[in-house]
Design a protein around this ligand. Structure first.
Ligand code: C5P
Length: 396
């Protein structure tokens, strides 16, 4: 998978450094050549000997290990790689990279390099959430640094929250994505995601239980295959992915406007759970309980974004809709494909017993002109990856 790729792995000084040993093993197994660099603090957590043994390579620790510029200067070391990976990237390391410091070998390499850099942050949750770290993260992203993780979970310090380093397999996957292939490079795709909120009055709205997880995963998977993704999202429970153009909307009408403004695109994936109806006339003041009894609301239909895109003069080459059903899933979804005029429908059963709506997994059926495919129940990111690959195939 990474055969012959030269990776300089900078191991920072955090408890997660122990995972970098497994990361080296996995990188070697994938065929990568690993040049390890240990910071002084990292050597307190893992020994240079074990790092060298697993990497089957010399470990660099000090600027002065690089005997002279004729043998292996720091400029040369920073450039004799296809990718620099920092794992774990501590809060201090992130601050030093963001600030452009060069006060040890690791920071000097990162400042001197002209190669892409991927960091895997790992730190206590409070340190991660501190405005200084978030500022440094934003700066690093602006500078083109790629970021994997951190994950949410139990931490060595006994706290819970974001800050756990991404697992070695996730870091390897992020590295593999970096190197491609990128079959959707140069393709522009639209993804709608999340619920919509339809106002009733200034404080109340109609919504649904969509978390936006599946649409978010699809946008990330398309991005990983190289697509330029326009991500139009309602108020979702999960954060929008990095590396996509995010357009935030609230109502179905705003979502339609944003989707039309994104045209032309090669593919449109309508994963949003758009409210079918809105109240005919929104109350301008907060509605009050009155002696006259209960309010009566009249509803009107929202625009159908999927159907509009499918019939548009600038119709994307591929239009994919979703069908969240609670009964006779396949029959309803097959009819929906015809009715909406889209190419594919991704159908799923969202009955509460399935735990799919708002959950981590999805069991979908892909309905195309050719028929119905039943996919196994998979984590939503895996469903997204498969779908993205199919989309890449269709646009090839
Ligand atoms: O008709 P139904 O809501 O079941 O259709 C679901 C599909 O249609 C989804 O792909 C959804 O994103 C899309 N849709 C839409 N605009 C609407 C309603 C649904 O794009 N107003």
């Amino acid at each position: 998978m990474l055969a012959g790729k030269r990776i300089t792995l900078i191991i920072g000084g955090g408890i997660a450094a122990y995972k970098s040993l497994d990361l080296i093993r996995q990188l070697r197994r994938a065929g990568a050549l690993v040049t390890p660099v240990l910071t002084r603090a990292a050597a307190e957590f893992v020994t240079p000997l074990s790092v060298a043994a697993l990497a089957e390579a010399q470990v660099f620790q000090d600027l002065f290990d690089l005997k002279d510029e004729t043998e292996m200067g720091h400029i040369q070391l920073s450039r004799a790689s296809d990718l620099l990976v920092v794992a774990p990237a501590t809060a201090n390391m992130m601050a030093r990279i963001a600030g452009g410091l060069a006060d040890d070998l690791a920071s000097t390499l990162l400042l001197a390099t002209d190669k892409p850099v991927l960091i895997a942050p790992a730190m206590n949750v409070r340190m991660w959430q501190h405005p200084a770290t978030q500022r440094n993260l934003a700066q690093l992203r602006t500078d083109g640094v790629h970021v994997v993780g951190p994950n949410v979970g139990d931490m060595a310090c006994g706290e819970q929250g974001p800050g756990r380093m991404a697992e070695p397999a996730e870091i390897v996957a992020a590295i593999a994505v970096h190197f491609g292939p990128h079959p959707l490079a140069g393709r522009r795709v639209l993804v709608t995601s999340g619920p919509t909120h339809e106002p009733i009055d200034p404080v109340r709205y109609i919504a649904n239980r969509s978390s936006g997880a599946q649409g978010t995963a699809i946008a990330a998977a398309l991005r990983d295959l190289g697509a330029d993704v326009v991500f139009v999202t309602g108020p979702a429970a999960v954060p929008a992915p990095d590396g996509v153009e995010v357009i935030r909307v609230e109502t179905a009408r705003e979502m339609l406007d944003a989707a039309l403004a994104a045209l032309p695109v090669q593919a449109a994936i309508c994963a949003a759970a758009v409210a079918d109806w809105r109240v005919a006339s929104e109350f301008m003041q907060k509605m009050k309980k009155t002696a006259q009894g209960l309010p009566v609301m009249e509803f009107v239909e929202n625009p159908d974004i999927l159907a509009t895109l499918s019939a548009h003069a600038e119709r994307p080459r591929l239009v994919v809709g979703f069908a969240a059903e609670t009964e006779t899933v396949i029959a309803h979804a097959t009819a929906k494909r015809e009715r909406k005029g889209c190419d594919w429908i991704v159908a799923n059963d969202v009955s509460p017993a399935t735990g799919i709506m708002g959950g981590a997994e999805n069991a979908v059926h892909l309905i195309t002109e050719a028929g119905v495919e039943d996919w196994p129940r998979l984590p939503k990111p895996e469903v997204a990856r498969r779908l993205a690959e199919r989309i890449a195939g269709a646009l090839a």
